[in-house]
Design a protein around this ligand. Structure first.
Ligand SMILES: Nc1nc2c(ncn2[C@@H]2O[C@H](COP(=O)(O)O)[C@@H](O)[C@H]2O)c(=O)[nH]1
Ligand SMILES: [Mg+2]
Length: 510
């Protein structure tokens, strides 16, 4: 782990000299110079939904998988995909030809919802309106979409048990496999095991993925024969914090433990956040992996992974709930539960965000044009309505009627043009983010359901944990001002920028 982590995870008051970027290059510190730091590039900024003063935070907890440890999805999730297919074929009677299938790791994205019964994959906005829908890999028409999901009552749910949320990067492979199976079943109904409807296929995929996580299919590739989740954690953290070498014959030196006061493995989140559900905690002796606090005091070996294991360095003074910041990648398991159950402050790690905000920046002019086109469309529509009422209710002579009708025709044709180009341009803009699902945080021009969850449950969000090192440990994160629709036209952002500039000029002149 680079030096910057020391400040965040270990002794928060200590200074540090240098920090390493993601490419390992040492960069000078930026936050401790008296005149302030260099600008933090947009992809690495920390964004704030709810004020958080780091001075008030006494403990920072970190999830490991996909938070501290950023697995490479094309390799790690491919393992899950291949392991799952083998289980479907050899254990659950699916046809051998599945073994020849391949995984496009870029196809699925977080925030999607699987409709298990209908075999559909959905992206919805923050009101839970389905805006993009595919049956397997086949795009659904607008009519099919509205016919299936237009009903308000259905829209209210979109949760388990009939729907599955793709809210972690671990789920990308199972979502892709589900879509493949839906297509396969539609074109080869006889080849899928008897009575396997779409929901049954989803259940089989889920069970097979689950088993890959439990039986070591995935973890064995990272570290050979891990005896427990403690062993696994040790290898991954040793790699991250020091060695950067994955060599199963190499003994780990436990140096990484100095960055943490307490380490808990196998906690089975989100159940862990509920005190009543929490399994017994066993203390681990790091070198041997033996359990210390057994009933008769004799150290004993670990068996299985079911109970949480802890390594304690020192006992901590108790913290108030709002003095704990928990950092994780799973919007439900890490963020929503820890916030709702324990009232902890939260930070969500969204690796996809780095590319998303960079693209957003490069497309900012197109986005402004889209907004203008939408306004123009609204204005033309209003004009058409106005003229239609005029035609209907005013006492006009034949000539006036003809002129008004011609005017309406012209406006309708202009409106159709603007509508078509607006829709096309908006689609193209979204496709720059993802060819199928578009921008992660938007659906059409509204926030996506995923963005809505991020806004509600994550006090902070950022693309990677190490971005914390770019800010002072005493940083007071403050959200930007909220805007309601009625405020937008009164206080447009452009005006605010002008006001700020004038204010700066004024100060300079003085
Ligand atoms: N039994 C299952 N375990 C799973 C599944 N998906 C992920 N995982 C395991 O969870 C942790 C990662 O969770 P984190 O909150 O600590 O980041 C890791 O050990 C995964 O293998 C699943 O579907 N079933
Ligand atoms: Mg995780």
């Amino acid at each position: 782990m680079d030096e910057s982590y020391k400040t965040i995870i270990g002794d928060k008051t200590s200074e540090f000299q240098h920090m390493a970027g993601s490419d390992g290059v040492q960069e000078p510190r930026i936050w401790s110079s008296p005149e302030g730091g260099r600008k933090i590039e947009i992809g690495k900024q920390i964004f704030c939904n709810r004020s958080l003063n780091m001075r008030n935070i006494l403990a920072v907890g970190f999830d490991m998988d996909y938070t501290l440890a950023q697995y490479i999805p094309e390799t790690f999730e491919s393992l899950a995909y291949e392991g799952t297919i083998k289980k479907l074929v050899y254990d659950l009677g699916y046809p051998q030809e599945l073994l020849g299938w391949s995984f496009d790791w870029k196809y699925m994205v977080r925030g999607l919802v699987l409709d298990k019964k209908r075999g559909n994959i959905l992206k919805m906005d923050r009101h839970k309106y389905v805006k993009v829908a595919y049956h397997g890999f086949q795009e659904m028409s607008k009519e099919e979409k509205v016919g299936t999901y237009g009903n308000t009552l259905i829209r209210d749910s979109f949760d388990e048990p009939d729907y599955a949320l793709i809210d972690t990067l671990f789920s990308l492979a199972e979502a892709y496999l589900f879509a493949q199976l839906v297509d396969f079943k539609d074109s080869n109904p006889g080849k899928i095991p008897e009575r396997a409807d779409y929901a049954r296929m989803y259940k089989d995929v889920r069970a097979a993925v689950d088993s890959c996580h439990r039986d070591g299919t995935l973890k064995q590739t990272v570290t050979k024969d891990p005896r427990s989740l403690w062993d696994y954690t040790n290898v991954v953290m040793d790699f991250l914090c020091g060695s950067h070498v994955l060599d199963s014959s190499r003994a780990c030196n436990f140096d990484w433990l100095m960055y943490f006061d307490i380490v808990i493995t196998g906690s089975a989140k989100p159940g862990f956040f509920h005190e009543d559900n929490r399994a017994n905690l066993f203390e681990v002796e790091p070198e041997s992996g033996m359990l210390r606090n057994t009933d008769n005091g004799t150290p004993m070996p670990q068996v299985g992974n079911s109970s949480p294991r802890i390594v304690l360095k020192k006992s901590n003074a108790p913290c108030q709930i709002f003095q704990v910041l928990y950092v994780g990648d799973h919007i439900y398991g890490d963020i929503l539960r820890s916030k709702k159950v324990l009232g902890w402050r939260t930070m969500l790690v969204v690796p996809e965000l780095e590319r998303e905000v960079k693209l957003l920046w490069s497309l900012r002019n197109s986005r402004k044009l889209l907004r203008l086109m939408r306004n123009e469309r609204d204005q033309i529509e209003d004009q058409i309505h106005h003229m239609k009422w005029f035609l209907k209710f005013e006492d006009l002579n034949v000539d006036q009627k003809q002129k008004t009708s011609d005017g309406i025709d012209e406006l309708e044709s202009r409106r159709d043009q603007v509508r078509t180009s607006h829709q096309q341009d908006q689609r193209e803009c979204h496709q720059k983010f993802h060819k199928i699902w578009g921008q992660l945080m938007k659906t059409g021009y509204q926030n996506s359901r995923f963005a809505h969850q991020v806004e509600r449950f994550a006090c902070l969000y950022t693309s990677q944990v190490s971005n914390l090192s770019l800010y002072s440990p005493y940083k007071y994160y403050r959200p930007c001002e909220d805007f309601m629709p009625h405020e937008f036209d009164i206080l447009p952002l452009l005006d605010l920028v002008m006001v700020t500039l004038h204010f700066t000029d004024f100060k300079l002149v003085k």
